[in-house]
Design a protein around this ligand. Sequence first.
Ligand code: F6P
Length: 486
Amino acid sequence: MNLVVVSNRVARGKANEPMTGGLAAALLPVVEKSGAIWVGSSGRVRDGSLKEPFAEIEALGAGALAMLDLPAAHYGGYYEGFANSALWPALHSRSDLIRASQGDYLSYREVNAFMARALLRFQKPDTAFWIQDYHFLALGAELRDLGVTRPLGFFLHTPWPARAVIEGVPHHRELIEAMLAYDLIGFQTSDDCENFLGYVSSDLGLEVADGVVTSSFGKTRVAVFPIGIDPEKFAQQAAKAVSHPDVSRLRRSLNGEKLAIGVDRLDYSKGLINRINAFDRMWTEHPALQRTVSLLQIATPSRGAIEAYGNLQSELAKLVSDVNGRHGEVDWTPIRYLNKGFSQTVLAGLYRTAQVGVVTPLQDGMNLVAKEYVAAQNPADPGVLVLSKFAGAANELDTALLVNPNDIDGMARTIATALSMPLNERRLRWEAMMDKLRAGTIQRWFADFVDALQETRSDRCGPEPQLLVPPAPWPLRSVNSSSRYH
Ligand code: F6P
């Protein structure tokens, strides 16, 4: 089978570049190995005819990476607009932050239709398409409109919320009906799956039996595929990375003090304000912990053009500065706060240096930082993971110290508990989590989804696809430089 993977953001095969998100970093090694074609945005926009997609193509492992310039007229409405100001807040149960205009919705649909036309070039008689994430809810329906009969899979990396929340998204009905063009829809957790199926049966009045929805498109299987990491590879990376200059400098600067670490995109779903408040509370309630533990919080700027993200950045910077001002000493800074990205190699070494990993989102699809923190630990002296029960990862990593990120006192107490946990208990908890990581690797996730996708349509594949647009050679490089938007 010839697999075409599609996501908005893609990653190039360079281990030392800063990584901006879970999805692209997670997919890179498996896509590289699979021989698939990975199609996504180039990071550039382009004026002109939407009918002629322009892609830069380069080799990626056994396959290829195709980076498309997206239509300039619709990019803002698609990415900052509908995808990240309507869908993202809704998917993370922040109805109060949903902002959407009719223009944004039309741009979102235009970019989905544009991507569908671009994908025809990659279709072969044995192709299956695997679409990733909320940027492309309607892409499957656009492909079917173009006559594609091949298997279409979709995986959502974020949570799927309760019915009442998704109903707050304009055009929710039209969009979710369009999603049923996919043969297979994968979610991170069974809660997400149940929420989606609840909407489909109650709002759309469709028949759901054994996780299979019947609609005018035919049958759609809905199932859970929790995404994983490669724990052995990450562990090796972490062991090596302790000698990386950034990691050595961090260790030297600690002077025997303990370290807690948080690594997040600067996003309101990550619970950063509550986390800083919990550390503040902990140092207030347990003054003995002042000077004995500090927090390294990496908050990588993200989606800066959107108002809610700009507001969060200012609020967080002010809060960190207040807390440092109140608890700090001439020779001690309680919170080391960094607004930049790091390579996976450096992050692996930083995780291994920290005695506590704090991953406390208000809502999160999976959260691979939690899994990476665990895999990075020294087996002889592992750190403790403090994990939000609202991250998808909590389903598997149930021997972490689970917290409610809205309970500041509870989090403060739990972080203090983590700091004083005896070695024996740390090892037992860590070993149980490692077993889970080894059972649910990223390779397993990829293979399980692709196998399930192949099965969904094998019994009803029609004749060879008739390409509406004949395959054409792609231009290899952009001539006119166009604006970067990432
Ligand atoms: O599903 C979440 C996701 O798509 C992940 O890839 C990543 O955590 C984040 O969103 C990336 O967002 P963006 O591409 O907007 O920076």
